[in-house]
Design a binder for this molecule. Structure first.
Ligand code: FMN
Length: 365
């Protein structure tokens, strides 16, 4: 072991529900199919939590045929992804990311639970009924994503009253830095009030005083290196969720051209778009976003009514987000939308998940 390895104290294990996670790092769910079985199992094999993003999983699967059975195909594709990741990481901790804003939210949760997901992370709306949909396997840890103490408090009270259970952890996502859909209005973005520096200590204090520290707080957004993790833990978080850091890994489930777009990006290539889901989203500046900003037409045909509320379907505005994210994942850089956190543009080369974990744990690059 080198001197630098010796100089960093070990990261504390993270306890969520009945699971003890050796390294307190959850890999953030990344749809569409950016985090599927390969990335999730690689992270789980390193002692973190691997997360499969369930949104529109079928689009790049053998199960989906245009115009047919999108929802059934999503279920079959999710079962495949869970099985493959469990085979590749039999003793790892693997969960799913299920978004409330998606029409098949309930089916994705039920399928995850029935097929052995250890954890469900759920955001893009408050997952008020998550315990009901996950009831068949109480050991599955339920982790809602919130953007404020108010939301955490409301959810915990509601779950306790209706389902006699508490969230197994609360995940705070910082809209100032996180990738993908942001749980906040555009005019509230970049406000200190919603930053992890402000909200994580509030959540930690709330968990301590109201629930005897029973609900660990996880923070997401802008975590890149060991310093960021140590800072998050010093704020009172018990663990972190990281997504953008894993984009340029060999194990990430997207096309090589998708990963190269991050390596080629400049520091200024991060933009905010208005998603048809009615939320702002953080994305990479590409041909797609440039066309969008100029008012041009981009993938705009609704093919599966996948979102609960969607301006593409209802007002023929905007674009089909599932199609746009799917195209990017397949390597269509001209017509695809690439989500990113502010850190996505820091990638300079490809890495293995194992090397990232080694760096985070020992400080060795
Ligand atoms: C490419 C990409 C896709 C994402 N897709 C989802 C998703 O499907 N569901 C979700 O809840 N969060 C999604 N996110 C958010 C991440 O899970 C994560 O919480 C956030 O990006 C953390 O910030 P970081 O990227 O700075 O680590 C996505 C993020 C990225 C970069």
């Amino acid at each position: 072991m080198t001197a630098s390895a010796l100089s960093l104290p070990p990261l504390p294990a993270l306890k969520i529900g009945e699971y003890t996670i050796p390294v307190p790092i959850i890999q953030g769910g990344m749809g569409v199919r950016v985090s599927a079985n390969r990335l999730a199992s690689a992270v789980a094999n390193e002692g973190g939590v691997g997360i499969i993003a369930t949104v529109a999983l079928s689009l790049a699967s053998k199960y989906y045929k245009k115009g047919k059975d999108y929802y059934q195909a999503n279920i079959k594709a999710l079962i495949d992804e869970l099985q493959l990741s469990q085979e590749a990481s039999p003793s790892g901790i693997i969960g799913t990311n299920c978004m409330v804003a998606i029409r098949d939210f309930e089916a994705m949760v039920r399928t995850s639970v029935e097929h052995g997901a250890h954890m469900i992370i759920s955001g893009a709306g408050l997952p008020l009924r998550l315990p009901e949909f996950a009831a068949s396997r109480p050991s599955t840890a339920l982790v809602p994503i919130v953007s404020s103490l108010r939301a955490a408090r409301l959810l915990a009270q509601r779950w306790r009253k209706l389902y006699h259970r508490l969230p197994d952890a609360i995940l705070f996502e910082d809209p100032n830095t996180a990738g993908g859909h942001l749980g906040i209005r555009r005019n509230q973005m970049f406000s200190e009030e919603f930053s992890s520096d402000q909200v994580v200590p509030q959540l930690a204090e709330w968990s301590r005083t109201e629930y005897g520290d029973e609900i660990p707080i996880i923070t997401a957004g802008g975590i890149w290196d060991r310093r960021d993790i140590d800072h998050a833990l010093s704020l009172g978080a018990k663990g972190v969720q990281m997504a953008s850091r894993f984009l340029c890994t060999y194990e990430c489930d997207a096309d090589e051209r998708y990963k190269q777009a991050f390596i080629d990006a400049k520091a200024s290539d991060v933009v905010i778009i208005d998603s048809p889901a009615g939320l702002p989203g953080r994305a990479l500046n590409t041909a797609f976003t440039r066309t969008l900003f100029q008012g041009g037409r981009v993938a705009s045909k609704c093919f599966a009514t996948c979102l609960e509320a969607c301006t593409c379907r209802e007002a023929k505005e905007a674009f089909c987000i599932a199609e746009a994210l799917h195209r990017a994942q397949q390597g269509d850089m001209e017509h695809g939308l690439i989500f990113t956190g502010t850190n996505g543009v820091r990638h300079t080369h490809m890495s293995h998940v194992r090397d990232i974990f080694r760096e985070l744990m020992t400080g060795e690059a």
